[in-house]
Design a protein around this ligand. Structure first.
Ligand SMILES: [Zn+2]
Ligand SMILES: [Zn+2]
Length: 172
């Protein structure tokens, strides 16, 4: 997600709107289906760059109950502060980091504005910690591991009130 817009943003109050349609950045720890799309506007606010916009992506997540992969649409607005500083410049990161007010993210790679890390961080914030393939997912049988959305198993029939277990032993 590299854009040759450094000059267009070089003066205070310069603003550039970008249409985004690119493969999701690596390093989000999840898979995606298709591209990240949307629009990001950057504005030179003097020393820093305000970035805001709207992004859409489709994550491909494992169901928290049955482990089947399923599509999870992500769509969100955001507003962030970035720095007109080199991404690989260690100085960009040495500002005191405050949990509530993190240092602005550097977005310059040479003469090119690179939004990959910004988009990666924004996507990570949107990925749910746990998601279900459907609200009524039956999950996996804890005994035999069969996916109960797809098949029934016999395990439930075998479950007996523990108080009756000795009796059952006798019957076998
Ligand atoms: Zn499921
Ligand atoms: Zn079972």
């Amino acid at each position: 997600m590299r854009y040759d817009i450094r000059d267009e943003l070089s003066k205070r109050d310069n603003q550039v709107a970008l249409d985004i349609d690119a493969p999701p950045p690596v390093g989000t720890d999840v898979e995606f289906v298709g591209n990240v799309t949307g629009r990001i506007t950057l504005r030179n606010v003097g020393g820093e760059v305000a970035a805001w916009g709207h992004l859409k992506a489709v994550a491909w997540l494992e169901c928290g109950r049955c482990l089947e992969k399923h599509e999870v649409p992500l769509e969100f607005d955001f507003a962030e502060t970035c720095a007109f500083a080199q991404i690989d410049e260690p100085l960009s990161y040495t500002q005191v980091t405050d949990e509530d007010d993190p240092a602005p993210l550097p977005i310059l790679d040479g003469n090119v504005v690179d939004l990959t890390e910004l988009v990666r961080q924004l996507l990570v914030l949107q990925i749910p910690a746990r998601s279900l393939c459907r609200p009524d997912c039956k999950g996996l049988c804890p005994h035999c591991g069969v996916n109960l959305n797809e098949a029934d198993c016999e395990c439930e029939l075998d479950e007996v009130d523990p108080r009756l277990a000795p009796l059952r032993e006798l019957l076998h």
